[in-house]
Design a protein. Structure first.
Length: 311
């Protein structure tokens, strides 16, 4: 796998073209973990809300993508229906020779804009550190990679790393728009490469059914400069706000099985299983994602307007 990653990185290392592919982590439970994508979600929980997760992509392929992430946010300054949100995010992604770690602080202001709808405007600022390690690669036909002057690990500290988001929501639905990498900083350790803006539009709805069941469809469109638009979609069935089970898909990638369990009123455990349908399925068919969520107070607190489609 290291050889494959080295070959894939060669155009950027040689300065042949810009690196404009997906540069931020992917999430299968993107609705449950939406704050990691959109800073406007900060403060959406009435009390402190924390999520910790790990994603192992393409099982069976050595050095396949591995992502660890965590976030925490809460609300303050409630004035009638308006309030503030504050939170933080961390993430680390590693794929073969290339890896990066990021940290962001986010602020959001939630305001009532109609009888039913709330609007949140959020922004985040932080940094990223890119790492490139070619010390363990030996390719006889690529002499510059075997040069002792090139061997070893290189690091690049990137600041500022800015996010922006909007979130329009009410009790049974939401619409969100976010931009990551607002400032397209250069990545010095990868010649002629830079961070690309990541645009995402997400929407979801909760539809009540008989017997305590709720149907929750959602979708998210993502676009990274000069690449194809990708579409993620999920369809979940919730039972009494205790158990959610459903399916999802990612365009040009595969299918996803989704499970969420609410344990007590304070703990949420979620699992996603991705089944690849693209060419990668022959070697790395499976992807696993696990999320642990902890709430600092019980659900149902009246200090914030809930959104059943997102919660």
């Amino acid at each position: 796998m290291r050889y494959i990653i080295a070959i894939l990185l060669m155009p950027a290392l040689l300065g042949i073209q810009d690196l404009t592919a997906q540069q931020m982590p992917l999430y299968s439970h993107y609705i449950l973990n939406y704050f990691q994508i959109n800073p406007a979600i900060a403060g959406s929980s009435p009390c402190l809300d924390m999520k910790i997760g790990y994603r192992r992509q393409w099982m069976g392929i050595e050095d396949g993508p591995r992502t660890a992430f965590g976030n925490i946010h809460g609300s303050f300054g409630h004035n009638k229906q308006n309030f503030h949100g504050l939170g933080g995010q961390v993430y680390s992604d590693n794929t073969g020779l290339l890896g990066y770690t990021g940290m962001n602080l986010a602020y959001a202001y939630h305001m009532k804009v109609s009888r039913e709808y709330m609007l949140s405007v959020g922004a985040g600022v932080g940094f990223m550190q890119y790492r490139l390690d070619v010390g363990g690669v030996v390719l006889p036909d690529v002499q510059f990679l075997n040069d002792p002057a090139f061997a070893g690990r290189s690091n690049d500290f990137i600041f500022p790393q800015i996010q922006f988001g909007l979130w329009l929501y009410k009790k049974d639905r939401f619409y969100g728009f976010s931009i990551q990498n607002v400032v397209e900083n250069k990545i010095d350790i990868l010649a002629n490469s830079k961070l690309s803006r990541h645009y995402a539009f997400a929407a979801g709805k909760a539809i009540g059914m008989d017997g305590g069941f709720t149907f929750k469809p959602s979708a998210m469109l993502q676009y990274v400069g000069r690449s194809k638009v990708s579409l993620d979609g999920t369809a979940m069935i919730d039972y009494n706000n205790k158990v959610e089970l459903g399916m999802g898909f990612r365009s040009e990638s595969g299918l996803v099985g989704l499970l969420r369990l609410d344990l007590f009123n304070y703990v949420t455990v979620a699992y996603a299983y991705d089944f690849a349908l693209s060419r990668i399925r022959f070697d790395g068919r499976n992807t696993h994602e696990v999320i642990l969520g902890i709430h600092a107070c019980a659900k149902g607190d009246s200090r914030a307007v809930p959104c059943a489609a997102y919660d």
